[in-house]
Design a binder for this molecule. Structure first.
Ligand SMILES: NC(=O)c1ccc[n+]([C@@H]2O[C@H](COP(=O)([O-])OP(=O)(O)OC[C@H]3O[C@@H](n4cnc5c(N)ncnc54)[C@H](OP(=O)(O)O)[C@@H]3O)[C@@H](O)[C@H]2O)c1
Length: 289
């Protein structure tokens, strides 16, 4: 069965970071097309408010909320268990949640926070949901990266930016990890019918980066007048998630709803395998194999 054959009404979709910005607009777009949408958020109150808004705006009541802090790998495991207890299929996994930290911080598990939330949590979530995804016809995995990956710092001897940290370059490194992960995943999923693609949503006026005191607030408000609305920012995510013309298309990078070139480094297979191997170790799945 292709995505073209499947009406959106029969799709079960999970969107991470669905309580704000691009993820919220993506969840809204999927709900509007009649899909069952599992919104993943961190803040119960905001999540409930956004869920109610999506249901009342779209008339689609098949919108669920699951809570997780992606800075905790144990909570990612709980999320995957909760999802698989409630659902037998997952046709669309949209790995969208992201964070920018001006100062280096570490997650509950001791990993640099942007690398942990933007990459490791989604790496683990995808791994834990993979059997359910593979069992779902014409399933797609969509990773929200950024053009920031072009100038990202990511070194196999310093995944955690311990030797040097710069908010934008380490953020770019976590977004480069999203692209490397996507390409490696697409290679590993060959023959399963599941596709994996990634994208840049555009410069979007969202809450990204605001959680950094007054510096974050000033920097994000200066950028706001030039930025896209979250609805426009979600267009590429919705295109890559739903467009029938992308049936079977895998291992690509999109921006402006078109395929684009990602950086030369994002095609480095040695870096991708090292990232995969070390990510397995960091999230504790190599021992389970
Ligand atoms: N905005 C841009 O210009 C831009 C450009 C390129 C790429 N992107 C990418 O687009 C994606 C969405 O970002 P956005 O701009 O829509 O930002 P946003 O408005 O800040 O939304 C980010 C979402 O991620 C969630 N999140 C953050 N940290 C989390 C954690 N520890 N655990 C669970 N959820 C967490 C947030 O939850 P809360 O609601 O609880 O905070 C929120 O739902 C990100 O991956 C970002 O890197 C954005």
């Amino acid at each position: 069965m292709t995505a073209t054959d499947m009406d959106s009404k029969h799709l079960t979709c999970l969107v991470t970071g669905a309580t704000s910005g691009i993820g919220e607009a993506t969840a809204m777009g999927l709900a509007r097309r009649g899909a069952t949408v599992v919104m993943v958020g961190r803040n119960a109150e905001r999540g409930q408010r956004v869920r109610d808004h999506i249901i009342s705006s779209t008339g689609n009541s098949s919108v669920e909320l699951m809570l997780v802090d992606f800075a905790s790998l144990a909570q990612v495991r709980d999320l995957a268990a909760e999802f698989t207890a409630r659902h037998t299929h997952l046709h669309r996994l949209v790995n969208n949640a992201g964070v920018v930290k001006l100062r280096r911080e570490t997650s509950i598990d001791g990993y640099e926070t942007m690398f942990a939330v933007n990459h490791l949590a989604h790496f683990l979530l995808t791994h834990l949901l993979l059997d359910t995804i593979v069992a779902s016809p014409a399933a797609r995995i969509v990773n929200v990266s950024s053009h920031a990956h072009h100038f990202g710092w990511l070194e196999s001897d310093d995944w955690q930016s311990e030797k040097r940290y710069s908010a934008m370059r380490s953020y770019g490194g976590s977004k480069l990890a999203n692209v490397l992960f996507t390409y490696e995943l697409a290679r590993r999923l060959e023959g399963t019918g599941v596709t994996a693609n990634c994208l840049h949503p555009g410069g979007v006026a969202s809450r990204l980066g605001q959680d950094n005191g007054w510096v974050g607030k000033i920097a994000t408000s200066a950028f706001r007048p030039f930025a896209l609305s979250p609805e426009k920012g979600a267009r590429t995510s919705l295109h890559v998630t739903l467009s029938p013309e992308l049936d079977g298309v895998t291992g690509h990078y999109f921006a402006g709803s078109r395929e684009r070139n990602s950086s030369k480094r994002s095609h480095d297979r040695d870096l991708a395998s090292a990232l995969w191997r070390d990510s397995e170790r960091m999230v504790g799945i190599s021992q389970e194999a």
